[in-house]
Design a binder for this molecule. Structure first.
Ligand code: ZN
Length: 249
């Protein structure tokens, strides 16, 4: 089965549409696995949820989804993010709200564990370094864990060396790269962010996964950033959040 793996759409419908179209052109997909944060920051939270729901999909809860539901102390967010959360809370329709309310924090399918942040703390923890990644392998039982949350594509490869000691290799993947997530090694992989990339590449990020072959392929696709920025200005969202989309930072 071919799966489109996406994360951190953040209410950016322009970026989501570009990803859906590009993934279709790359051979298509049968299912979407979404790693959370469908809403927050961007101008189209309801539209993004509705679009996702047109597909056979799985989606876990992200920290911004939880915040939009009012489940989070807003002091955990910086001032711009907080303002965006408050704006998003006001936009949510009852349908969007009940969809977000029913998101699980963790889903396990076959060889894959799916969370937003980390297997240890699914909604909140950022896996931003090999040392943090190293600690995570005790907290899931499958070979592979898919995470988002950092908005930066990454591959953490846990393998046993010649002497049977576990080692960790860390890769910052380039678009176009393929990773064979072979067994018995274990893997934590992050597809990057659709709607607010933070690796200095403003293009929307996604991955296509062949579930049985365990082949993971990275992609980037340009989208109409100006259109999203225009809608954000119209909504009165914070200027810094609007500007950062141009830089992917
Ligand atoms: Zn996010």
């Amino acid at each position: 089965m071919r799966v489109l793996v996406i994360s951190d759409i953040h209410g950016n419908l322009e970026a989501l549409e570009a990803v859906l179209q590009a993934a279709e052109a790359e051979g298509g997909f049968e299912r979407i696995w979404c790693l959370g944060d469908v809403v927050g920051y961007g101008p189209n939270p309801n539209e993004c949820v509705a679009r996702l729901r047109e597909f056979d999909h799985i989606c876990v809860l992200g920290n911004h989804d939880a915040a939009a539901l009012g489940r989070v102390n807003l002091e955990d967010f910086n001032p711009d993010a907080r303002q965006a959360v408050l704006w998003t809370q006001k936009q949510l329709t009852p349908v969007t709200r009940s969809y977000l309310e029913s998101r699980p924090e963790r889903v396990v399918i076959g060889d894959y564990t799916i969370v937003h942040g980390s297997p240890r703390d699914p909604v909140w923890e950022y896996i931003i370094s090999p040392s943090i990644a190293q600690e995570q392998f005790h907290y899931f039982d499958t070979d592979i864990c898919l995470v988002g949350h950092t908005h930066v594509p990454a591959v953490y490869h846990h393998f046993s060396d010649d002497r049977g000691r576990w080692q960790l290799a860390w890769h910052l993947p380039e678009p176009g790269e393929t990773y064979e997530l072979r067994s018995p090694d274990r893997w934590i992989v992050n597809p990057g962010s659709v709607g607010q990339p933070r690796d200095q590449d403003p293009r929307a990020a996604y991955a296509l996964l062949d579930v049985e072959e365990r082949r993971w392929h990275y992609y980037r696709v340009p989208y109409n950033i100006e259109r999203t920025q225009y809608l954000m200005r119209k909504a009165g969202l914070p200027p810094r959040l609007i500007a950062r989309l141009s830089y992917g930072w």
